[in-house]
Design a protein around this ligand. Sequence first.
Ligand SMILES: *[C@@H]1O[C@H](CO)[C@@H](O)[C@H](O)[C@H]1NC(C)=O
Ligand SMILES: *[C@@H]1O[C@H](CO)[C@@H](O)[C@H](O)[C@H]1NC(C)=O
Ligand SMILES: *[C@@H]1O[C@H](CO)[C@@H](O)[C@H](O)[C@H]1NC(C)=O
Ligand SMILES: *[C@@H]1O[C@H](CO)[C@@H](O)[C@H](O)[C@H]1NC(C)=O
Ligand SMILES: *[C@@H]1O[C@H](CO)[C@@H](O)[C@H](O)[C@H]1NC(C)=O
Ligand SMILES: *[C@@H]1O[C@H](CO)[C@@H](O)[C@H](O)[C@H]1NC(C)=O
Ligand SMILES: *[C@@H]1O[C@H](CO)[C@@H](O)[C@H](O)[C@H]1NC(C)=O
Ligand SMILES: *[C@@H]1O[C@H](CO)[C@@H](O)[C@H](O)[C@H]1NC(C)=O
Ligand SMILES: *[C@@H]1O[C@H](CO)[C@@H](O)[C@H](O)[C@H]1NC(C)=O
Ligand SMILES: *[C@@H]1O[C@H](CO)[C@@H](O)[C@H](O)[C@H]1NC(C)=O
Ligand SMILES: *[C@@H]1O[C@H](CO)[C@@H](O)[C@H](O)[C@H]1NC(C)=O
Ligand SMILES: *[C@@H]1O[C@H](CO)[C@@H](O)[C@H](O)[C@H]1NC(C)=O
Length: 831
Amino acid sequence: MERISCRRLAVFVLVITLLVHQTKGLNIEGQHLLDIKSKLGDKFNNLGNWNPNDSAPCGWIGVNCTNDSNDPVVWSLDLSSMNLSGYLSPSIGGLVHLTHLNLSFNELSRSIPKEIGNCSSLVVLALNNNKFEANIPKELGKLSFLTTLNIYNNRLSGPFPNEIGNLSSLSQLVAYSNNISGSLPRSLGNLTRLISFRAGQNLISGSLPPEIGGCESLGLLGLAQNSLTGEVPKEIGRLKSLTDMILWGNQLSGDVPKELGNCSSLEIVALYDNKLVGAIPKELGNLKSLKNLYIYRNGLNGTIPREIGNLSLAIEIDFSENELTGRIPVEFCRISGLQLLHLFENQLTGVIPVELTALKNLTKLDLSINLLTGAIPSGFQYMTKLDSLLLFNNSLIGSIPQGLGVYSQLWLLDLSINSLTGKIPRNLCKNGNLSFLNLGSNKLTGNIPTGVTNCKTLLQLRLAGNSFTGSFPSNLCKLEDLYAVELDQNKLSGSIPSGIGKCYALQRLHLSDNYFTDELPREVGNLSNLVILNVSSNFLNGRIPTGIFNCKMLQRLDLSRNKFSGALPPEIGSLSQLELLKLSENELSGNVPVQLGNLSRLTELQMGGNSFSGGIPAELGGLSSLQIALNLSYNNLSGAIPPELGNLVLLEYLLLNNNNLSGEIPESFQKLSSLLGCNFSDNDLIGPIPSLPLFQNMPVTSFFGNKGLCGKPVRECNPPTSSLPFPQDTSNKSTRLGKIVAITAAVIGGVSLVLILVIIYFMRHPVETVTPLQDKPTSSTVSDIYFPPKEGFTFRDLVVATANFDERFVIGSGACGFSKASLHDADNYMV
Ligand SMILES: *[C@@H]1O[C@H](CO)[C@@H](O)[C@H](O)[C@H]1NC(C)=O
Ligand SMILES: *[C@@H]1O[C@H](CO)[C@@H](O)[C@H](O)[C@H]1NC(C)=O
Ligand SMILES: *[C@@H]1O[C@H](CO)[C@@H](O)[C@H](O)[C@H]1NC(C)=O
Ligand SMILES: *[C@@H]1O[C@H](CO)[C@@H](O)[C@H](O)[C@H]1NC(C)=O
Ligand SMILES: *[C@@H]1O[C@H](CO)[C@@H](O)[C@H](O)[C@H]1NC(C)=O
Ligand SMILES: *[C@@H]1O[C@H](CO)[C@@H](O)[C@H](O)[C@H]1NC(C)=O
Ligand SMILES: *[C@@H]1O[C@H](CO)[C@@H](O)[C@H](O)[C@H]1NC(C)=O
Ligand SMILES: *[C@@H]1O[C@H](CO)[C@@H](O)[C@H](O)[C@H]1NC(C)=O
Ligand SMILES: *[C@@H]1O[C@H](CO)[C@@H](O)[C@H](O)[C@H]1NC(C)=O
Ligand SMILES: *[C@@H]1O[C@H](CO)[C@@H](O)[C@H](O)[C@H]1NC(C)=O
Ligand SMILES: *[C@@H]1O[C@H](CO)[C@@H](O)[C@H](O)[C@H]1NC(C)=O
Ligand SMILES: *[C@@H]1O[C@H](CO)[C@@H](O)[C@H](O)[C@H]1NC(C)=O
């Protein structure tokens, strides 16, 4: 016993000695700091002077002590921006005198240690811009002196702890860009000194608690890009100091509370991208300090209140993408400093108030996609600040104010899809700023003025769907930045000038449905950025210029409905980006080049209505993206249908009719599970129709005019094979007759087969007429099977498909109009 206690004593003495020795060396706070350092990666040795031999850490980098020379304690620790990795040791809890802790802009990971709650003197805690993860420790709630809590730009998850409401000194809580979830604790309402609460870009759900109204000092409420639901509580009206209300990008529903009108300090209201409904409260007109009001992309209805005109300091107002009705209130004209007014995509009616032209500072006006009528007020031409004017997709009539562009730095003009008449104003580009011009789908006439075709700043020229006359404006070819030219559906004539090859930036060239003649100049091959070329429905002739195969970026090539002749060069196979190839209704001849099989991105191949001969290359079966259509109809193709076409499992329409194809429809066609329609008529095909349900439900005309096709939907095969089961409900009479007919056909051969098919046809469809057979395939019926609806309405697809377009300007433009989303200056407003 004695010996044991002696040993215990010895150990005890040793420990004491060590401790005494230690305290003689580095003090206890220094030891805590060394432990903290030991958990950090410090690859730049920024903490190199943290010397264990010192008696106190006060001279260490990042460490500041109190001035009390007797017993200095660590007052602040600033290790920000030191490239530190590792994690924060729980020893931080030992620094009980710490008032400032700044660890921001490092790469610290793992969780925030709960021991931080022991640093009960903390006033400022900055942990932002690290990789902290896991929950926000509830122990933070013990820091009753804390005024600033910065935890933004981390990977924190879980909810805000209830205890956050105990931080009674807190004035700044910044937690944006984390993975914080759950709903906001009601205790937040206890934070009466809170000035700035920013928690955007998280996963916060639930509703905004009404208790928020208790945060009577709140100036900035930022909760954008979360998953908040429910209504905006009317208690928000108690926040008399609120200047910035940033709640966009949530799922807030219900009305915009009229109490918002009591938040008399408000300068910025960003409620866009929510599910708010009901009317815009007239009380908003009370917000005398309001500068920016964004409530777009919601479900607001009713009319815009006249009181909006009381927002005398407003600079930007955006109510677009709602369901607002009624007229545009003339009271807008009282907001003399207004720079941006977006009311697009609503159901506004009436005329554009001429009073708007009094807004001398108005820079951006977008009233597109409404039901506006009447003329464009001529006063717009005198608005000296106006740079973007978008009125597309309304029912506007009359002419375009001819002085537009004379007095302002016009940058963007989109008046498309209206019923405007007259000519294009000559001075649109007078001040050398016009970049986007879209006047498509109107009733404009005359020539394209040189003031436009000489415009060096032009990027997009979109004039499709008017009645413009004259020749191709060759000045255009000198515009170095021009990347989209849409002149289709006009009355332009003459030849396409060889100078076109100088439009190096050109990505989109639409010239279809005009009266262009002569050959397509081979200089087209210089357009190495070209993504879309559409010259369909003109009178172009000669060969397809081989230069075109230098345009390696081409995704859509439409040469259809011209008079191109000669062979399709094998180089077509080098256009590897091609997604659409339309050559239909020309006079092309020769073989279908096997190289077409290289076009692995092709989704639609239209070659109908030419004089292609020879066989269908088996390589076409390798077009694995082919989905919309494969149309080889109305040619002189012969030989068997290659079974490889059965590999086109995405294909929806397969048209092989009106050729000289022979042999059987390959059994492999049973794999064509996406097929919606097909046509094999007027060939020399024989044998059983594969038992694809689609084939059996196809109109019988799809198989007409062949030598000996059998099986559903035409006559039964003889002998019926087990792979072609006939449904039992087939009428006895027709089946029997079908058998007889089949036998007869087998006996007398192909000569009378068409007649027999006609008989069967009548038996099955007694009411239908034979007109489909009698009709000579005119040009128009041929074109019906080219599925034009897929084209022309695919602008969105096109944008997606053509990643090399400048997406900033095209996204959201829809089938027709100009980009709108891109014009929201408020998008990505602070979170
Ligand atoms: C601390 O003191 C010991 C012994 O006096 C010495 O060996 C060591 O180098 C010192 N360490 C530093 C970092 O100065
Ligand atoms: C430490 O305190 C001194 C004076 O009190 C100040 O100049 C210095 O910036 C402080 N350093 C840190 C890291 O807080
Ligand atoms: C130390 O004393 C100076 C001058 O008296 C003062 O400005 C400073 O704030 C003090 N620092 C701390 C950490 O108390
Ligand atoms: C942090 O790292 C960057 C790049 O790795 C370096 O340029 C910078 O000087 C480092 N800063 C410090 C304080 O170590
Ligand atoms: C934190 O304080 C509690 C008591 O308030 C104490 O038990 C605990 O040891 C302290 N932790 C640290 C790391 O100092
Ligand atoms: C923390 O340090 C960073 C970088 O030095 C600085 O920008 C920031 O203002 C500091 N934060 C606080 C709350 O003092
Ligand atoms: C927060 O304060 C309440 C009283 O207001 C108290 O009951 C609770 O224990 C406190 N929580 C923490 C974590 O300090
Ligand atoms: C946030 O959570 C999502 C899934 O819940 C995860 O995919 C993502 O990586 C997380 N982000 C961060 C920064 O931890
Ligand atoms: C803090 O908020 C909670 C929940 O809203 C409430 O029950 C509590 O009384 C509040 N505490 C103080 C001190 O206001
Ligand atoms: C708004 O203010 C009016 C008077 O200014 C007052 O009657 C009303 O109660 C207030 N509403 C809210 C929600 O604060
Ligand atoms: C607005 O929509 C709500 C339903 O969301 C409907 O009850 C109300 O009648 C509508 N108001 C108008 C003016 O259309
Ligand atoms: C219009 O803009 C100019 C310059 O930006 C500014 O000085 C002027 O005050 C604005 N007018 C109004 C009425 O706000």
